[in-house]
Design a binder for this molecule. Structure first.
Ligand code: GAP
Length: 476
């Protein structure tokens, strides 16, 4: 059973919240942080930029800047560490984005990965059937066509000839790359079931209503685990993974009160799912899906076996039986997780009459771990400051900044969530000691340069920042 501490939204346990709940967010919930502030911080501090901005941008496409690319990488690494490296029952995989078109027929995406759309006969804009009230186009008032099914997969052609026979699709989920490699992984890894296969990679969906910054885009990155189990043990494993995945977000700093679980109603389940829970986060637009954990049963392996002609089963040598495994699938989005981590970390406070904006990012996620800041760009300070930087950057992602006032440089680091700043001042030249300043408490400790690497390594592993035993000031 799911842990009692894990909030499962009772209103939805029995069924669907509303057709729009997971699409637009549950709008009855109060907004915490304005999305505009997050977008503006991301632009200002080099986290995320609009794609092709010099050409006016491309709808729903975003680029990760120097800080964003580090943050995104840290999210991927944290997931991979907890799912693959810290377990002996999961292996990794990296499959190609373009796959044989037969994969998508077998998986049901050709027939079922669709949305009903109506088209305006005058301005030719397309609308989701359930998005419009009345009979006419919300933009120009024109007459609308009957609803037609619109497939969300991006089509392209492989090779020089643009014809039906060379049509291929950009994958709309990374999961299928795992299913079609099931046999190869099982026979080469010599592992027993239950066994998980994990993959991180880009997926593409021609979403009708993308939006809310990087929440719903047409190109995005997924973190997917297909966990193969013996039929009959699937419900237990579903509970296990729901809890594991909920706890992962909490461990990385998301406040528990901003997370909840929602079980899908029967009418809402994807065509392959027997059961599914969403981990939802309280985004500024309301409670929305962060991750789905589905019980896919044996749908995918059966379908691929049928369509490819290759047997996809597992032989349990100990029990002397052969069966088609069931699959539990925790499936998260890198971009959506990045957004949730940013929103949850965002804070504003007043320090000495000035507004301080900061990101309380978990140390494992922070793009920069340590910033080396000489008190000023003074030729006497530079050699020691550079020496400190050169030592630290071998072990931590370190920034060196000697431009503008020290106060402004602290603020800049606060805004990207840097947990520690190291300041080199004129006294450092005499006593070979430097100051470490902690982002959240603003507490400072002074430590010998030779000890710096060791101390920072301990703090970045989670050791408390205790300023009481050393000389310290709280410069608020
Ligand atoms: N293989 C199952 C699957 O793909 P999904 O619920 O459609 O399930 C899983 O997607 C996760 O991928 C979502 O919870 C979300 O985090 C992310 N995701 C899906 N569509 C997305 C989009 N258009 N933009 C950003 N992230 C998306």
């Amino acid at each position: 059973m799911l842990n009692e501490d894990t909030p499962l939204t009772p209103v939805n346990k029995a069924g669907k919240l509303s057709s729009d709940a997971s699409e637009k967010g549950d709008l009855s919930m109060p907004a915490k942080v304005d999305m505009g502030k997050i977008v503006s911080l991301c632009k200002r501090r080099g986290l995320i930029f609009p794609s092709s901005e010099i050409y006016g941008g491309l709808a729903s496409c975003w680029d990760y800047g120097p800080m964003g690319v580090e943050l995104k990488r840290n999210v991927r690494d944290a997931w991979w560490k907890s799912i693959v490296h810290e377990r002996d029952d999961v292996v990794g995989l990296d499959t190609s984005i373009m796959m044989h078109p037969g994969v998508w027929t077998a998986s049901g995406h050709i027939d079922s990965f669709t949305d009903p759309l109506v088209e305006c006969k005058s301005c030719h804009l397309r609308w989701r059937d359930n998005e419009i009230e009345g009979e006419s186009c919300p933009k120009c008032g024109g007459e609308l066509t009957e609803p037609r099914m619109f497939n969300l997969m991006f089509k392209t052609f492989m090779g020089p000839v643009e014809e039906e026979a060379s049509t291929i699709y950009l994958r709309p989920e990374t999961a299928q790359g795992i299913f079609v490699n099931f046999d190869s992984v099982i026979t080469t890894s010599r592992k027993k079931l239950p066994l998980g296969i994990a993959q991180i990679g880009k997926s593409f969906r021609n979403e009708i209503t993308p939006g809310n910054f990087i929440f719903r885009t047409r190109e995005f990155e997924q973190l997917e685990l297909e966990y193969f189990v013996k039929p009959g043990t699937d419900e237990e494993w579903l509970d296990y993974w729901v809890k594991e995945r909920f706890d992962w977000y909490v461990k990385l700093g998301i406040r528990k009160e901003n997370l909840r679980l929602r079980q899908h109603g029967k009418d809402e389940l994807a065509h392959y799912a027997r059961d599914c829970y969403d981990v939802e986060y309280l985004f500024p637009m309301g409670w929305s899906e962060l991750e789905g954990i589905a019980n896919r049963g044996d749908f995918d392996l059966i379908q691929h076996a049928k369509c490819s002609g290759r047997e996809l089963s597992y032989y349990d040598a100990e029990a002397g039986e052969k069966y088609v495994p069931y699959v539990i699938e925790p499936s998260a989005g890198v971009d959506r997780s990045v957004l949730a981590f940013l929103i949850d970390a965002y804070d504003e406070e007043e320090v000495e009459g000035e507004k301080r904006t900061l990101l309380h990012l978990h140390r494992d996620l922070a793009p920069i771990k340590v910033a080396v800041l000489p008190l000023s760009r003074n030729e006497k300070l530079t050699p020691l400051a550079k020496e400190v930087f050169n030592k630290l950057c071998r072990n931590f992602v370190t920034d060196y900044d000697d431009s503008q006032s020290i106060g402004r440089r602290y603020r800049r680091q606060d805004e990207i969530g840097t947990p520690f700043c190291v300041t080199i001042d004129f006294e450092s030249l005499e006593d070979k000691q430097v100051t470490i300043r902690e982002r959240d408490s603003l507490a400072q400790i002074r430590v010998p340069v030779e000890e710096l690497g060791k101390i920072l390594a301990a703090k970045l592993k989670g050791e408390a920042f205790d300023a009481s035993t050393l000389w310290a000031t709280r410069q608020k």
